[in-house]
Design a protein around this ligand. Structure first.
Ligand code: AMP
Length: 283
């Protein structure tokens, strides 16, 4: 596995790969790698000749009161996981090179970046789209792989790619979970053993929504209430939202119609904010 740390090196290598006719994929991450990330690498491996994994804890997507400083960083562990997952190039740029003094330009996706995650974390998606756009220019990929775990991020990046004519394809990989159903996340490290148990209620509540809709329930209100009740029974410190979303617009839907519906949850257990979702077919 090649390890690159400067933008210049990465761009030169990406250019070489393009010229040699290799199909290149990129998997952008913030490190603290886990099986969720490894599954993205596997999807990238299956679709391309060369897999680039980026590790960058992006200050621009953290709010002033968020966990940028204490976000888990483990380069040694990350390199080991990346190597065994089949990464070819491990790219970990420095903050000072990504955002030099005088940095002024950003990418903003309107409207959808202000809802759900964007409403609770103002500026978050501006940080995400800006860094992902920069990483695409550095790695020049044909394919980028993102996780369905961050459903709104996937929607926004797909929009950015279309709107700004990035000449590439996005692959979305399914959510990888712990044995109790909790979606794997670098932030799960913050949870106590007890909270890890309680937080499994998030997946349980989403499965209940799927079961209810599968049995024919078509009231958005009833679905939302069921999810909320199950979450509340596990005593989260806060529920940020329980939303029933039209996946084609990423807007809250008033009716369970169309091909599928996305039920998304954001809740805090102890100090840790967790998100999860499920796509439920309607036919
Ligand atoms: P992060 O390092 O948390 O910013 O995530 C990097 C990428 O991994 C994003 O595309 C995430 O959606 C994806 N990811 C994180 N957790 C999971 C998971 N449990 N299952 C699948 N993909 C994930």
């Amino acid at each position: 596995m090649e390890i690159l740390e400067t933008v210049g090196e990465m761009q030169a290598r990406a250019e070489e790969l393009r010229l040699s006719g290799k199909k290149v994929s990129v998997v952008p991450t913030m490190g603290a790698l886990h099986e969720g990330h490894a599954s993205l690498v596997a999807a990238a491996r299956a679709a391309s000749d060369v897999v680039i994994l980026t590790v960058f804890v992006n200050p621009m997507q953290f709010g002033p009161d968020e966990d940028f400083q204490r976000y888990p960083r483990d380069f040694t562990g990350d390199k080991k996981i990346a190597r065994s997952a089949g990464v070819d190039i491990f790219f970990a740029p420095q903050v000072s090179e990504m955002y030099p003094d005088g940095f002024l330009t950003s990418i903003v996706t309107d409207e959808v970046a202000q809802t759900f995650e964007g409403k609770i974390r103002p500026g978050h998606f501006r940080g995400v789209t800006t860094v992902v756009g920069k990483l695409f220019h550095m790695t020049k990929p044909h394919i980028a792989v993102f996780g369905q775990k961050d459903a709104q991020q996937v929607f926004i990046i797909q929009k950015m790619v279309r709107d700004l004519n990035f000449d590439m394809r996005i692959i979305v990989a399914p959510i990888v979970r712990e044995p109790n159903g909790l979606a794997r996340s670098s932030r799960n490290k913050y949870l106590s053993e007890e909270a890890r148990g309680s937080a499994a209620s998030i997946y349980k509540s989403l499965m209940q929504a799927a079961e209810l809709i599968g049995k024919g329930e078509r009231s958005v209100e009833k679905v939302r209430e069921t999810v909320r009740r199950t979450l509340e029974a596990a005593s989260p410190s806060q529920i940020d939202y329980v939303a029933v979303i039209d996946p084609s617009t990423f807007r809250e839907t008033g009716a369970l119609s169309g091909h599928a519906v996305l039920v998304a949850v954001a809740a805090r257990f102890e100090e840790t904010r967790l998100i999860d979702n499920i796509m439920i077919p309607l036919s």
